[in-house]
Write a protein of this length. Sequence first.
Lengths: 240, 114
Amino acid sequence: MAASPTLAVSVWRGTESGHFQVFEVPRLESQTVLDVVTYIQRSLDPTLSYRFACRVGMCGSCAMTVNGRARWTCRTHVARVAAGGRLEIAPLANLPVVKDLVTDMTPFFDKWAKARGRFQGGATRKDDFARVAPASPQRRLAEAGIECIGCGVCYSSCDVVAWNPDYLGPAALNRAWTLVNDTRDTGNRERLKAVAGDAGCHACHTHMSCTERCPKQLAPTASIAGLKRAVTVAVLKGEL
Amino acid sequence: MFVNIRGQVLLWTAQRVSAAVLAVCVLVHLVTVIYAVRSGLSAAEILGRTRGNAGWAAFYTLFVVAIAVHAPIGLRNVLSETFDWRGTGLDIAVMAIGLALALWGLRAVYAVFI
């Protein structure tokens, strides 16, 4: 049976309250979901708002909810997701909607800061370079998580983020874990305090949606499990 | 007492430890129940074996205590995530449930083993 030459694409319009608007888009070979959104905005409705930048799977700006799952639209082939010639495109979940497909990433990065996801060094320009052996266990653990580019796909996929508004979320906690394993960092006592508790790593239920959907194949669940261990040890030692 | 970070981490740790205890207790309990009812189920027959048995009394007391720790902490999470309920009211409610479970459980242990 030949595939239909057009796609029926439902696109979210509005803010938190709004509606899905249906567009008919010509179907092309090797088309990505970003191609579809771009076609709609350039040829059908210029008032559609959406974000993208590199369009080659490096920047993470084009993340949206496609048929209920958060994905990078530039890396999602229509052929893979449009069963029966239908597509539903919505903004990323768990974030305030600015307009149409654009979300406000502020809460995402605020939580990154709350989790102390920022390097804190103790050396000055007068000190020698820090020596970190690449094969050392701590460096290996840090490297497993540092490729995160803050795209928000994990945050939007997380059930606990949806259920607990204070939960710091997988990205922020993953970043905190890479810094906990950075032997140059001097702020880990405060960092462990920041990531512990009901709003921190202990709220994770190991559903692993973050790990399943991370476009960079990171494993925030593993990082969070590491934080749980590190915090428990710190509490039992009386350091927290 | 448990409002600060240290308290929250201790609650989480207690949840994990009681879960490990329960994993063992539940397994032993299921195996025992299946074994015990092989020759039919009668109160007199079972009580004849359990009454005055200090070892099993201790085991089931441990079981009850593990439940009384594990259930309220877990329920607190479930209720706050499902109904957006947080604060002192929720804490008091789950503590009351934990207390009730402890009392009912210990009453049962007393009835069956003492």
